[in-house]
Design a protein around this ligand. Structure first.
Ligand SMILES: Nc1ncnc2c1ncn2[C@@H]1O[C@H](COP(=O)(O)OP(=O)(O)O)[C@@H](O)[C@H]1O
Ligand SMILES: Nc1ccn([C@@H]2O[C@H](COP(=O)(O)O)[C@@H](O)[C@H]2O)c(=O)n1
Length: 202
């Protein structure tokens, strides 16, 4: 199994790049795992306390479970991936079965910050977009899809998102084998990654 890690700051376009990569590949050959599914269980907190959590700090992620799942998939075993609710700011009681595949993409802002996870990655990719571009994309998404208003999103950006980006995410770029500039849609880079994957699938 070839495991590709895709990191980059919030709103840089990781999900978009992953979808572009897998779009023209055969169904079922490439699995995708999102770091978001591995946010720690916060059921012991009220919703208002959960909404105060710093979701951009590496400690918010259950990297142990993610590592265990990657090892199981690599060993040819299926896993039950937790399903996360952004509106509830918590894991749901649901999970989805993920079967092993020839290629697995693991995406998330903090994927390259974990030494255990880095060890499991065959190719490490960092998607870059300028911070103003990312903030604009993030504002639109949080307000339209994730149940936050404009002020809340800007407060989060100043208190958690920007400091964590500078402390953990941007420095993890140094571990990347490939950096994809994504201020504009980057079809050339997407085609290159797809070519690497196709070689593995042949
Ligand atoms: N190159 C791009 N140019 C303009 N908008 C983009 C680009 N890449 C992604 N977007 C948009 O930005 C938003 C965030 O993208 P997304 O892929 O969800 O980022 P991430 O997964 O890194 O948070 C989405 O609305 C997406 O359509
Ligand atoms: N309940 C949550 C959990 C996380 N976030 C934010 O998601 C961002 C990471 O996801 P991307 O798709 O943007 O890579 C991260 O910056 C968290 O702040 C959230 O808003 N609510």
């Amino acid at each position: 199994m070839l495991i590709i890690g895709i990191a980059g700051g919030t709103g840089c376009g990781k999900t978009t790049v992953v979808n572009q990569i897998i779009n023209e590949l055969p169904d079922g050959e490439v699995g995708v795992i999102s770091q978001d599914s591995y946010y720690k269980d916060l059921s012991h907190l009220s919703l208002s306390d959960r909404r105060m959590t710093n979701f951009d700090h590496p400690q918010s992620i259950d990297f142990e479970l993610l590592e265990e799942h990657l090892k199981l998939l690599k060993a040819g075993k299926s896993i039950q991936q937790p399903v996360y609710s952004f509106l509830e700011c918590n894991r749901t009681d649901k999970s989805i079965p993920i079967s092993p595949s020839k290629v697995l993409i693991v995406e998330g802002i903090l994927i390259l910050t974990s030494a255990q996870i880095r060890k499991m990655l065959d190719i490490k990719i960092f998607v870059h977009a300028d911070s103003d571009e990312r903030l604009i994309r993030r504002l639109k998404r949080d307000v339209n899809e994730r149940g936050w208003n404009l002020d809340e999103t800007l407060d989060k950006y100043q208190t958690n998102i920007k400091p964590m980006h500078l402390q953990f995410i941007e420095p993890s770029k140094e571990y990347a084998d490939i950096i994809i500039p994504n201020n504009k849609y980057n079809t050339v880079a997407v085609d290159m990654v797809r070519t690497i994957i196709n070689e593995k699938l042949d």
